[in-house]
Design a protein. Structure first.
Length: 123
């Protein structure tokens, strides 16, 4: 690793400029590990992005079986900073994975964090 410590890139939008900037920053820093926002249960799926047939747009979908309202969606486009970070990590031999991101899904049905407002916000 080029330096010690932790660097956080607080980018959460799709855009070619952001994607290029993240890719260039990672190449300059050469981190040992790259984490992106997402569910830790998806860590084993990240390596699928190395397959040349895996081309965006792609997405992760987390859901509760039998409860379609209790779902979260993580889309990736070729110009997504997250996609570029994953691809960088895989090509550079860095470890990669998801930062712990446990969406709090609420619903009237009494799921964890229920708001009682009849909608299912994801926090």
């Amino acid at each position: 690793m080029a330096s010690t410590g932790v660097t956080v890139y607080g980018i959460r939008h799709h855009g070619p400029g952001s994607a290029r900037s993240v890719r260039a920053a990672l190449a300059g820093q050469r981190p040992d590990i790259v984490l992106i926002e997402g569910p830790p249960e998806a860590d084993d799926l990240v390596k699928l992005a190395a397959d040349p047939d895996m081309r965006p747009p792609v997405a992760l979908l987390g859901y509760v079986p039998g409860e379609p309202r209790l779902a979260a969606f993580w889309p990736f486009a070729v110009f997504s900073p997250e996609w570029q970070a994953i691809r960088y990590a895989l090509s550079a031999g860095s470890r990669s994975g998801s930062a712990t991101c446990r969406p709090r899904i609420s619903s009237r049905s009494g799921a964890s964090g229920a708001t009682g407002r009849g909608r299912a916000p994801i926090r």
